[in-house]
Design a protein around this ligand. Structure first.
Ligand SMILES: [Zn+2]
Length: 239
């Protein structure tokens, strides 16, 4: 990871963080720290920057948008709101070192920790619980829809990807982003059906979408709703 600067023709500069990765294409993302570029290990800086310059307009508008609408941050303290299956719950944190389990009680997510001021311990405990809920919930949905599609239930892995909600690889393994457990059930069902359909169609062809539609007829509105709430689903983090 190294800080770089892209010099624009008008003399201004865009700072960026360069991360070399075992990949074939260049990936750009706007993070809280600014522009992050993931580039193939052997790509020269010159080639890379020529490519970045061709996208300078897009990069600048994204950076500006981020500045105008900073992503909301999660405050790990009592009273903060969290989402679970589309329902808003209120965090209720107390000094209760012996309360091992996170519990849901009348719209509250109750978390016992040795020290309520230790927000990173609270965050770790809640995130671990969310991932457990996600694993159980997604597994059930995957089994249900795999049966409808007439295929064996594929192995499920949870992911923490920044930009993808799900993926399915050529080995038939399905990855679902644990953050989806915050979304309403119909959105999770859509993503599950989307990835399952890839077991039969490894592409986004009309045949693929027809298959998705046969499993999950209302997929268009679910896909739209997921885009709408995407930023919200990323609020919950350790940071
Ligand atoms: Zn897909």
């Amino acid at each position: 990871m190294s800080p770089q600067q892209l010099q624009l023709p008008d003399g201004s500069r865009i700072p960026y963080i360069l991360q070399r990765r075992a990949r074939r294409t260049v990936g750009l993302r706007i993070s809280a720290e600014g522009l992050v570029v993931n580039a193939p290990v052997r790509l020269s800086i010159k080639t890379l920057e020529t490519m970045l310059l061709s996208k300078a307009g897009w990069i600048q508008s994204k950076l500006q948008a981020r500045q105008d609408h900073p992503a909301p941050v999660m405050h790990w303290q009592s009273g903060a709101s969290v989402l679970l299956l589309g329902e808003t719950l209120t965090l209720d944190i107390h000094n209760r070192p012996r309360q091992r389990q996170v519990q849901i009680d009348a719209g509250r997510l109750s978390v016992g920790v040795p020290d309520v001021e230790d927000t990173s311990a609270v965050a770790r405990k809640v995130l671990l619980w969310y991932k457990q809920q996600a694993g159980q919930d997604f597994q059930r949905r995957l089994e249900l829809y795999a049966a409808r599609l007439g295929v064996p239930t594929p192995p499920l892995y949870l992911s923490n990807a920044r930009s993808r909600w799900g993926s399915c690889n050529s080995r038939g393994e399905v990855r679902l982003n644990w953050r989806l457990i915050q979304a309403p059930a119909h959105i999770i069902n859509y993503v599950v059906c989307h990835e399952l359909a890839h077991l039969k169609q490894m592409n986004h062809s009309p045949k693929f979408w027809a298959l998705v539609g046969s499993l999950y007829p209302d997929y268009k509105s679910a896909e739209h709703a997921l885009k709408q709430m995407s930023a919200q689903l990323h609020v919950m983090s350790l940071g």
